[in-house]
Design a protein around this ligand. Structure first.
Ligand code: 6PG
Length: 468
């Protein structure tokens, strides 16, 4: 039997779809799964008659691969990755390449990279975005690991990735955990944009009194303009979906408690560690956390009240305000995500190319959006751009959209509708653009109670004052 070009372990939906995608592009694939039944279902079902080689033992799996071996892991992030690596390692030889395509925590990826490198093995943390459909038809792929081994996997990864007019949605991201870090921040941005959309939906529904069908039409129309993006597109589809049993919009029947698997939280945690402000992403993580307090919220709704004056319903004009505010909010969310990537690139030595990252995010991934054309252009003009907002094109756009952001937030606040992501995004803008912030007072207070010292604007040096 001809050795397979690549092997894949972990045949849940994402893994299975990646196998079919690889095979579709002409690569023969050996597969292995913890439960043999899943492997049989693949080769007797959608994989029937294809160059997919089932194996039922890790040793046979490894033996079935061409050398140097290329192995893609699609197992659940966490302990399962270490377990699979422990099973694989005795059978691997120096020069073999192992890729982890899950949403692994980047510090785990750094640890695993070092352990594998010590055995002469190349380890890649590979961010894969695009969900089940993306895995099958072309995801966005963010591989990070040893540069010298990238050539061994590049032809496969670029072939199976989504394609945009300026190339495949896959590029070498950087060393060590760079790929998983960039995927983590992609997800943080995904959280922020999803929360902005949810807040826009809430206002249109609650303050304008629009129903799901009307909202679907609005989102579909928005998707034809500057807001065009995967998340706006699927929002229109979600809002249009009618539950076959109840004949009601399904979205109205879904419990308002958001799940999360960790990538958004890790983005906020690491941003705090690096001292990088990403308040729109933080707000989105907190919004999911507060949503999870369903029982508490139901009880609190009996006790706590909102504004007593009933505000008049908003007219159709407000729809355009929400649209423009959403675009402004999206610019601010991407700006925060990219500012974090810039800082992480320096801190962790990733040497990220933000123009290339923006380019590959234009296709296949969950945060793909027309806006990324302008973002890519901004970082192509100035690879070292300190913040997206100070790019000439972007500053013009955010300056123009800020009044809609202000109007949206004012209307929401006067009605007692929480808009944490919009508020955090605008506060970031209003703080970032201000030459002088009120933290002179904080410095004075710190010096008052703790002799923490301060600097002055009228002369150099470090000062302490006996304030009383
Ligand atoms: C993607 C998604 C994907 C997954 C998220 C969901 O890019 O394809 O980000 O990786 O859907 O991890 O994350 P939560 O369960 O935390 O919302």
């Amino acid at each position: 039997m001809e050795p397979s070009t690549i092997g894949l372990i972990g045949l849940a939906v994402m893994g299975e779809n990646l196998v079919l995608n690889m095979e579709h592009h002409g690569f023969s694939v050996s597969v292995y799964n913890r439960t043999a039944q899943r492997t049989r279902e693949l080769v007797e079902g959608p994989g029937r008659g294809k160059k997919i080689h089932p194996t039922f033992d890790v040793r046979d799996f490894v033996a079935s691969l061409a050398r140097p071996r290329r192995i893609f892991l699609m197992v659940q992030a966490g302990a399962a990755v270490d377990e699979v690596l422990a099973q694989l390692r005795p059978h691997l030889s120096p020069g073999d390449v192992v890729m982890d395509g899950g949403n692994s925590y980047f510090k785990d990826t750094d640890r695993r990279s070092k352990e594998m490198a010590a055995a002469g093995l190349a380890y890649f943390g590979v961010g894969v975005s695009g969900g089940e459909a993306g895995a099958l038809n072309g995801p966005c792929i963010m591989p990070g690991g040893p540069r010298e081994a990238y050539g061994l996997i590049e032809p496969i990864l670029t072939a199976i990735a989504a394609q945009v007019p300026d190339g495949p949605c896959c590029t070498y991201i950087g060393p060590g955990s760079a790929g998983h870090y960039v995927k983590m921040v992609h997800n943080g941005c995904e959280y922020a944009v999803m929360q902005l959309i949810a807040e826009a939906y809430d206002l249109l529904r609650t303050a304008c009194g629009l129903n799901a069908r009307e909202l679907s039409d609005i989102f579909a129309r928005w998707n034809e303009g500057e807001l065009q993006s995967y998340l706006i597109e699927i929002t229109a589809k979600v809002l249009a979906y009618v539950d076959p049993d109840s004949r009601q919009p399904l979205v109205d029947l879904i419990l308002d408690q958001a799940g999360q698997k960790g990538t958004g939280k890790w983005t906020s945690q690491d941003a705090l560690d690096l001292g990088v402000p990403i308040p729109a992403i933080d707000a989105a993580v907190s919004a999911r956390n507060i949503s999870a307090l369903k029982a508490e919220r139901v009880a609190a709704a009996e006790i706590l009240s909102g504004p007593t004056e009933g505000a008049a319903p908003l007219g159709r004009d407000f729809v355009e305000v929400v649209r423009a505010a959403l675009y402004g909010g999206m610019i601010l969310a991407y700006a925060q995500a990219l500012a974090l990537l810039r800082a992480a690139s320096h801190e962790y030595g990733y040497d990220l190319n933000l123009s290339e990252i923006s380019r590959i995010w234009k296709g296949g991934c969950i945060i793909r959006a027309k806006l990324l054309d302008s973002i890519q252009a901004a970082f192509r003009r100035s690879p070292d751009l300190v913040n997206l907002l100070v790019d000439a094109g972007m500053s013009e756009a955010i300056n123009r959209h800020q009044s809609a952001l202000r109007q949206l937030i004012q209307e929401a606040i006067s009605r007692g509708i929480a808009v944490p992501a919009f508020s955090a995004a605008l506060a970031y803008f209003d703080s970032y653009r201000r030459e002088r912030l009120p933290v002179n007072l904080i410095q004075a207070q710190r010096d008052f109670f703790g002799a923490h010292t301060y600097q002055r604007i009228d002369r150099p040096g470090t000062f302490h004052t006996e304030w009383e």
